[in-house]
Design a protein around this ligand. Structure first.
Ligand SMILES: Nc1ncnc2c1ncn2[C@@H]1O[C@H](COP(=O)(O)OP(=O)(O)O)[C@@H](O)[C@H]1O
Ligand SMILES: [Mg+2]
Length: 325
């Protein structure tokens, strides 16, 4: 197994000084001993509410911030001892509009960062064109100043910039924040393309659906502690595996309903009468068994509509953290 990131008992404190006196200090424990690994080529999501410690984790891995204790290794290099080695092979994109020069054009921004990263002159132009294309920034706008771009365009340029050194591992801190649904979807497609190119992606978000669709594995972080870690499917199985069978019928008798409620695989049945139709919401843990027995019971009653809903990563998140917020 090829491990790109290895985090062991990582802690990070921030010392906050009072505005009024240098002597009054307060320690904020942003990370309280977290452990995880990310394999090469994975899309790994760090999820959690505001203040959970997501950005702190990313910054430490990107060698922008030192750990207070514990270790973090990227490509086997320790972030404290060999930051230069790590920096050559990673890049970081933060949500929002930092890191771009608003008065420069996309091409000028890319040139500037290519220079900074010493991208060889003979491949520079091709790489810039390829990356702006990959990030989906319209070619007609490449020579316009960034200040005239929409949020989505700026975010595309950020991604292209983050790839200028052809990093093996890319950190994305809330990359879809503030993007409209289409912009967010396209960004997800770019991330998928990057993993097909063999890159490892670590990204933070508090949009659960995004993580569910995109991530191979996720860690849910809260108050500097990892609450759980696993594939979205594993987490759903462990914490909330539930299905809801929704049925629309023309009628239902009391006997039928009682029968349904007593079925082995049915947790409970809710009934809603609306516009002369009966809607049943059947909650179960064992979907296929429940469907079979429900249909047996309803034999002879015309069914107008059926749908099955699975639990989501958001259900897991709410179950684990819901009580606290
Ligand atoms: N520079 C800083 N100085 C003091 N406290 C900070 C600083 N940066 C972050 N924190 C605190 O550390 C905790 C984690 O912050 P952060 O890593 O930004 O969380 P997230 O990205 O999950 O919202 C929060 O309580 C935050 O207020
Ligand atoms: Mg953050």
């Amino acid at each position: 197994m090829d491990v790109t990131i290895r985090v062991h008992d990582l802690c990070r404190d921030y010392v906050v000084r009072s505005m009024f006196s240098n002597k009054t200090k307060r320690v904020v424990k942003a990370l309280n001993g977290i452990n995880f690994e990310v394999k090469k080529g994975e899309i790994f999501g760090i999820l959690g509410p505001n203040g959970a410690g997501k950005t702190t984790t990313i910054k430490i891995l990107a060698t922008l911030l030192l750990p207070t204790s514990g270790t973090a290794k990227v490509f086997g290099y320790d972030v404290e001892k060999h930051p230069i080695e790590i920096r050559k092979r990673i890049n970081l994109v933060m949500g929002g509009e930092r890191n771009l020069y608003q008065r420069l054009t996309a091409l000028e921004n890319m040139e500037y960062f290519a220079e900074l990263y010493n991208v060889p002159l003979n491949i520079r132009k091709k790489r810039i064109y390829d990356l702006l294309g990959l990030a989906g920034l319209q070619k007609e706008r490449w020579s316009d100043k960034v200040e005239t771009y929409s949020k989505g365009m700026k975010q595309r340029l950020q991604i292209a910039r983050g790839l200028i050194n052809d990093p093996d591992c890319l950190f994305l801190d809330e990359p879809t924040i503030g993007l409209d649904p289409i912009g967010a979807r396209e960004l997800k497609n770019i991330v998928k393309t990057l993993t097909r190119m063999g890159k490892t992606i670590i990204f933070t978000t508090h949009y659960m659906q995004e993580a569910d669709e995109l991530c191979d594995r996720v860690a849910i972080l809260n108050k500097g502690t990892i609450v759980t870690i696993g594939t979205p499917t594993e987490l759903k199985k462990t914490y909330t595996e539930k299905f809801q069978i929704d049925l629309t019928l023309t009628f239902i008798t009391h006997d039928h309903l009682e029968h349904l409620q007593n079925l082995k695989h049915v947790n409970y049945v809710r009934v809603n009468e609306l516009e002369k139709k009966t809607h049943l919401f059947i909650d179960t843990q064992a979907c296929s068994e429940a469907v079979e027995s429900v249909f047996n019971v309803l034999h002879g009653i015309p069914i107008q509509d059926v749908s099955i809903k699975k639990s989501t990563l958001e259900d897991v998140y709410v179950k684990l953290l819901g009580g606290e917020h």
